[in-house]
Design a protein around this ligand. Structure first.
Ligand code: G3P
Ligand code: MG
Length: 249
């Protein structure tokens, strides 16, 4: 490999979601065990104002319950099993609160990419930045990302120091990041190009691609200058990163 190449940060998408039920403490602990430096998770606000970790707007796909997270209380959500759908060995897994997930960064130093799916009340952004401060990783910060620019601006309003990432497709997300001064763009990996990465870096914007599950393509994206790769397969991607690191001078 070219000696000027830097390997991207490997980020575990919804935790080690190929091996464990997505967005659970099992998936996050496994990602930490594998050595992932960063973990992506998705958050929603419950009916009673708690921030909890789940991808979908409803509990229907990953539990045996039904309904929108915003219409359920934390106690109602905690009664649900969010592990058994993946495999019987994960039966009994509970939907984590954001605080429980971020707590892992205290013990292990892992950073989180907290993707805001929806804020259903104005106090959610305040609650989020409070948790990010309380559970800040030593010597670093978590990142907040969203497809919704309004959600990012609410986070900025609550705490101007939180690094923000515009999620979506290249190159539109770069325009949004330049316009709002966001330090990261998180884009669907098929649309990335050397030109967009070069333009992003020229504007002091870092580039993450999702969800890239082909270890054989890591060298290609590293060569392009991508800063972070978000993957469902952190074990295989980290192994590939080790192979590539050994080739670097
Ligand atoms: O943050 C990257 C990725 O998670 C965005 O899409 O639908 O998997 O949350 P989604
Ligand atoms: Mg996500």
């Amino acid at each position: 490999m070219d000696s000027s190449v830097r390997l991207p940060i490997i980020e575990a998408h919804r935790g080690a979601s190929d091996e464990c039920p997505e967005n659970t403490l099992s998936a996050f602990r496994r990602a930490v065990e594998l050595g992932a430096a960063s973990i992506e998770l998705d958050i929603h606000e419950t009916k009673d104002g708690e921030l909890v970790v789940m991808h979908d707007e409803t509990v229907d796909r990953t539990t045996r319950g039904k309904g929108r997270l915003a219409a359920l209380t934390l106690a109602e959500l905690r009664a649900l099993d969010c592990g058994a759908w993946k495999h019987a060995r994960f039966a009994g897994e509970r939907i984590p609160t954001l605080a429980e997930a971020l707590e892992l960064s205290r013990a292990h130093g892992v950073r989180f990419n907290v993707e805001v799916k929806a804020f259903s009340s104005p106090r959610a952004a305040e609650r989020l930045v409070g948790l990010l401060r309380e559970y800040a990783p030593a010597g670093g910060t978590h990142v907040v990302s969203s497809f919704h620019v309004d959600a990012l601006l609410q986070v900025r309003q609550a705490d101007a120091g939180v690094p923000l990432a515009m999620l979506g497709n290249f190159p539109a997300i770069l325009d949004a990041a330049r316009h709002h001064g966001f330090p990261w763009i998180h884009g669907a990996y098929r649309g990335v190009s050397s030109a967009v990465v070069t333009a992003a870096h020229a504007a002091a914007v870092q580039v993450m691609i999702w969800t890239m599950d082909e270890p054989g393509l890591l060298a290609y994206y590293a060569g392009m200058g991508v800063d972070k790769v978000c993957t469902n397969r952190p074990r295989l991607m980290l192994a590939e990163a080790d192979v590539l690191a050994a080739l670097l001078p």
